[in-house]
Write a protein of this length. Structure first.
Length: 244
């Protein structure tokens, strides 16, 4: 069997994993690790106890204990990833910043990495429960069924977190779209106010000699008052309908 234990570096917010190969046969369990980590320390402590089942049990129980240790580490990692997801949700509700999408995708990539390695483990534990090679004792079958339930729980948690992150991406994109709509609305209001003013300025900026209003001594202040009045009226109207 080939499984992949995971741990989570909270400072760098990344998954750390290594390949663990298990050779299991009649009266034989051998493991191969990529590193010299102390992953098996809990099993070693249990084995040192005089009344430990690891000392009196068979090889299939030791194999179960190794797989159970790996799967228990999954729950620890998922708890830390769940805390990160909750923090992102709170941050998303308060204010969606530009770098949040990168954080969401980074957590989602960690979830997908775990999912890619946990799903095959379901089949491995299921095959052990069937025990076509007759290597598993009846007393160990009970533990393996419990182990299979744990794997199902891990996959369910992974699916739940993946769906939550997908929903967070949708919420983030909707929030960014709403902000863009607000900006476009403000620009539309400003443009709408200045369009009639620009039209008036362009008309009275023409150089035709026969324009009666140009000869009025109060034409210029009247023109400015008219432009200011139109701008104020439009501004008050847009404020009344909630655009400002």
């Amino acid at each position: 069997m080939v499984v992949r234990p995971f741990s989570f570096d909270k400072e760098e917010e990344r998954l750390i994993s290594e390949q663990l190969s298990i050779v299991f046969g009649k009266g034989l369990v051998m493991t191969f690790q990529e590193s010299d980590s102390d992953m098996f320390e809990p099993i070693e402590k249990r084995a040192r106890q005089a009344i430990s089942h690891l000392r009196t049990g068979t090889a299939d129980y030791l194999m179960y204990a190794i797989l159970d240790l790996v799967i228990d580490r999954y729950f620890v990692v998922l708890e830390k990833l769940g805390d990160k997801i909750e923090a992102l949700e709170d941050k998303l509700v308060r204010e969606a910043s530009g770098d949040m999408l990168h954080e969401i995708y980074r957590v989602k990539r960690n979830i997908m990495t775990m999912r890619r390695h946990v799903w095959p483990l379901r089949e491995v534990v299921f095959q052990l429960n069937r025990d076509e090679a007759h290597l598993i004792h009846a007393t160990t079958q009970v533990y393996l069924r419990d182990l299979y339930d744990h794997v199902i729980r891990v996959t369910d948690l992974l699916e739940t977190n993946r769906e939550s992150l997908t929903a967070m991406v949708d919420i983030y994109l909707s929030s960014m779209s709403n902000k863009m709509n607000e900006v476009m609305q403000v620009l539309a209001v400003v443009s709408t106010i200045f369009i009639p003013l620009t039209l008036m300025a362009s008309i009275y900026g023409m150089n035709f000699p026969n324009m009666p209003e140009l000869t009025l001594s109060y034409g210029y202040p009247l023109f400015l008052v008219g432009m200011i009045s139109i701008g104020l009226i439009l501004g008050l109207y847009f404020r009344r309908i909630g655009w400002i």
